[in-house]
Design a protein around this ligand. Structure first.
Ligand code: UDP
Length: 194
């Protein structure tokens, strides 16, 4: 696969449509994937924090979240096909899950936000199977959320804990799973909750 490197971050050379097709294949083949939709803040944070750069390097796919990354790629004479933002990717994955009846898990956000997001997803994408949800403010020490998610066998796990917590959680827990596309979606649950 072709990549465009910006300040040490390998961006996948893709547009949104091709990216969704790629993730769909991974889901069908029951493979694991760790997705980061990286904006300029993420790229800058990786420069300042080497442990965050290490986490980023563990991602299966990194996409250009925002016009800033697309412009930077242009300036470096290695253009990218376009933006692939976290929110847009989540919306397209919800449409895909609605068509294919994929199972999803929602992790993160405030309890009320999460509940509203769940209700709105169920309204707009009635064939999506939400296997479970967990807000982002529970006692992480006392509850092993990975165990619970694993037992539910979701195809897609949307992680809305903000940067860098969501990437950190995915990178620390991915090895325990046999399948699932994991994607950090930042404030997307808040947007979907309205
Ligand atoms: N969040 C969470 N647990 C935390 C911190 C944040 O669930 O300990 C949630 C927060 O409620 C919000 C989401 O993470 O729904 C994204 O937060 P923010 O907008 O700060 O992240 P960004 O998109 O800027 O990375």
């Amino acid at each position: 696969m072709k990549h465009v490197h910006i300040m040490g971050v390998p961006f996948l050379y893709t547009d949104l449509r091709a990216f969704i097709e790629l993730l769909d294949k991974q889901i069908q083949q029951q493979e694991k994937a760790f997705v980061i939709t990286a904006n300029p803040e993420i790229v800058m944070k990786a420069q300042e924090d080497s442990s965050f750069m290490d986490i980023i390097q563990k991602a299966t796919y990194i996409t250009a979240d925002g016009i800033g990354i697309v412009k930077a790629a242009q300036l470096l004479n290695t253009p990218l096909p376009g933006r692939v933002t976290g929110y847009d990717t989540m919306v397209e994955l919800l449409k895909l899950s609605n068509d294919k009846q994929y199972k999803i898990f929602l992790l993160g956000a405030q309890p009320e936000t999460l509940e509203k997001a769940k209700v709105n997803i169920e309204r707009d994408y009635p064939h999506v199977h939400i296997t479970g949800t967990q807000d982002g403010y529970f006692d992480w020490e006392k509850n092993d959320i990975s165990d619970r998610i694993m037992a539910l066998e979701p195809d897609l796990i949307f992680v809305a804990l903000g940067v860098p917590r969501q990437e950190k959680w995915i990178s620390e827990n991915l090895h325990r799973f046999n399948k699932g596309v994991f994607i950090g979606v930042g404030g997307s649950f808040d947007v979907i909750a309205g």
